[in-house]
Design a protein around this ligand. Sequence first.
Ligand SMILES: *Cc1c(COP(=O)(O)O)cnc(C)c1O
Ligand code: SF4
Length: 360
Amino acid sequence: MKAASNFTEMIVQSWKNVATEDWNSWKWQFANRIRTLPALAATLNQRSLANSNCSEVIHRYPVAVTPYYASLMVASDSHCPIRIQAVPDPREIHYSLGGTADPLAEEQHMEVPGLVHRYPDRCLVIVTNVCATYCRHCNRKRIWKQKPAGDMKTYHRRIIDAIAAKPSIREVILSGGDPLTMSDRAIESFLSALRSIPHVEVVRIGSRTPVVMPMRITKPLCAILRKYRPLWFNTQFNHPREITPESTKACEMILETGIPVSSQTVLLRHINDCYDVMRDLLYGLQRIAVRPYYLFQCDPVMGTDHFRTDIWAGMEIMEKLWSNVSGLCLPKYVLDVPGGKGKIPLQPFSLLNRENTDPS
Ligand SMILES: *Cc1c(COP(=O)(O)O)cnc(C)c1O
Ligand code: SF4
């Protein structure tokens, strides 16, 4: 088995007999995802997990972690930034601080199920609700347990037809869930249907697989993606430790296909809400030619309170980044306004405003 750079002894034990070929196959990774608390507790060697009320948590918000992503965890460290992103926490079902299941009102912006059309020129498609690893901070965790109404083909067909009927849409974002949990054939069939619509100029894929299941980026997949350019790829790196030889290679393969890769990072409490970690992440992304695109203020989604940072803490980090790091490393810090009003930039400072246009 090929070990990731920061494999911990304890976690290696769980998969020490796995053939390298299996470990490097996304189908093996996907089929062998950790889906239960006992399996997770055994992997992390933590009996406490099984005894906590996490079973109630995963009843509502299922657990799934690829062996690869689990292998990046430091099992003994409950503050491990990888662990916090993937291991259920009882606080996910403590709703005392509020939050709603769908603060961005995506469900209300759907003309047909799965199509969120909030801006005139672009729309977002929830092509699947399946992910390789369920990120506990996900702003769409409400959909993890949703059953698609009817079969997938019909579901996709209705979305394609709705896009075809809207000439203002020039860009389509494949999102989810994670579009790359679908088979190559399903991906190709969706992309070719989109490409047959003359007004769809650009396709964007949002997928976290380069980070949580990098083996998904295969040569055959890249060959398919190449055919449907102009295509843009957005992934989500949240911590420098996610930049491994494996995730680097996955991004490189996408880049070599002629597809730009960006990261939409989420500002997460105790994971990356400090200047040093964020700078290291952004520097790391620049080294692997992944463009930091957005830094998201964590949405007020039910079950994610414990991940949210203060906007002003985010501003402070951005202000320090602005004056210290290369412009190519700087993401836009944005807030998705509740109610589905769209994203707004959070600017750290501005000398000028309408009332005071004299900077001196
Ligand atoms: C974020 C988002 C987009 C894409 O917005 P960009 O600013 O172009 O990245 C499109 N549609 C919906 C519904 C979104 O939430
Ligand atoms: S991969 Fe994306 S959609 Fe899936 S759980 Fe993570 S953040 Fe949510």
